[in-house]
Design a protein around this ligand. Structure first.
Ligand SMILES: Cc1cc2nc3c(=O)[nH]c(=O)nc-3n(C[C@H](O)[C@H](O)[C@H](O)COP(=O)(O)OP(=O)(O)OC[C@H]3O[C@@H](n4cnc5c(N)ncnc54)[C@H](O)[C@@H]3O)c2cc1C
Length: 297
């Protein structure tokens, strides 16, 4: 196995173009497991650790540009206000050691349906910035990024440079069910983001379908119910029947399997429970903020 060590982004793109089968390695928390267990024996490893640019993030007016190798610990420490859903999801990843090494670029590279960043990225609305030496940069909407079980939309000569994530304009939540409280891969997970500016909600479901997915019918139902009832303006408590139907539609968006971590029917049930809970939590938070804003006016 050859180890390629580019010193710059341009060198990394050139190396990937010259060796399209080269496997990029960032934190290594997925790649090294596969190599250690002999699940993968790539001809080339492409080490991205010398490229400082990948560890930078920038808060722009409406979004955050997060370098592909920014670690979960860094997100938790520095981007809690801008990216609350992703910060909450980061908290649930593995252990402090893994959170110090692993990052969103690696989670996207692996594209496991159980990756914890995905529900938060889907709910917040993200775009993945990828680049190749030959064709330059393109932005892939997060909804189009996951193409199958552990498959993504990257071409063989492309690398992930950054992820652009909309800054929160309202409350966000992330919930994960596991067989224990820490160091656990999700049995299933759910992300929810309220977007009061556009009066919409977005969801993300993890580990309950071949890819991470949004519950689009549930989002459309809730958007209409909140609009019809004037909820965004009057800040009333969401009626239990609305929350129940939202939860059922989220369950309906799942297409899970039975595996060692849980059964398909349990996953469907748990996603419904998490959908109802996260809706209650985010809406309570929205009502509190709305009341404070009114009081201040
Ligand atoms: C003990 C343990 C516990 C874990 N627990 C969790 C958990 O709770 N939740 C969770 O979501 N994950 C978990 N993981 C998996 C892993 O930590 C995450 O998926 C992490 O985000 C991977 O990031 P990394 O930088 O280490 O990726 P790497 O292992 O370096 O790479 C992962 C994949 O992404 C590709 N890649 C990396 N960077 C780029 C790039 N810039 N461009 C293109 N491709 C790239 C690699 O080629 C590889 O295919 C766990 C892993 C371990 C070992």
């Amino acid at each position: 196995m050859d180890f390629l060590r580019p010193a710059s982004w341009e060198e990394a793109l050139a190396a990937k173009a010259a060796h399209p089968t080269a496997v990029p390695i960032a934190g290594g928390t997925d790649v090294m497991v596969e190599i250690n267990f002999d699940h993968r024996r790539p001809e080339y490893l492409l080490d991205l650790n010398r490229i400082g640019d990948l560890y930078d993030w920038e808060a722009c007016e409406n979004s955050v540009r997060l370098g592909a190798s920014v670690s979960y610990s860094t997100i938790m420490e520095n981007l809690r206000a801008e990216l609350p859903g992703l910060a909450l999801a980061s908290h649930t990843v593995a252990s402090p050691q893994i959170r110090n090494r692993g990052g969103v670029g690696g989670n996207l590279g692996t594209a496991s349906p159980a990756g914890d960043a995905h529900p938060a990225l889907l709910a917040a609305g993200a775009e993945v910035e990828v680049e190749s030496a030959e064709r330059g940069t393109r932005l892939i909407p997060i909804d189009e990024f996951y193409t199958g079980v552990k498959r993504n939309a990257l071409a063989a000569d492309e690398l992930i440079r950054a992820v652009h994530i909309k800054k929160a304009d309202g409350p966000q939540q992330f919930s994960k069910v596991g067989t224990r409280n820490a160091m656990v891969i999700a049995v299933c997970a759910f992300g929810l983001a309220l977007h009061p500016e556009s009066r919409t909600v977005r969801t993300g479901i993890g580990s309950a379908a071949p890819t991470p997915v949004r519950a689009k019918a549930a989002e459309e139902f809730l958007d209409a119910a909140l609009e019809e009832g004037g909820f965004w303006d009057n800040g009333r408590i969401i009626t239990p029947s609305v929350a129940k139907q939202f939860a059922e539609l989220c369950s309906g968006a799942c297409n899970p399997i039975d595996d060692v971590r849980g059964t398909a029917s349990y996953r469907r049930h748990a996603v419904g429970v998490m959908a109802r809970r996260t809706l209650t939590w985010t809406w309570e938070s929205y009502r509190g903020t709305a009341a404070r804003t009114e009081g201040a006016a």
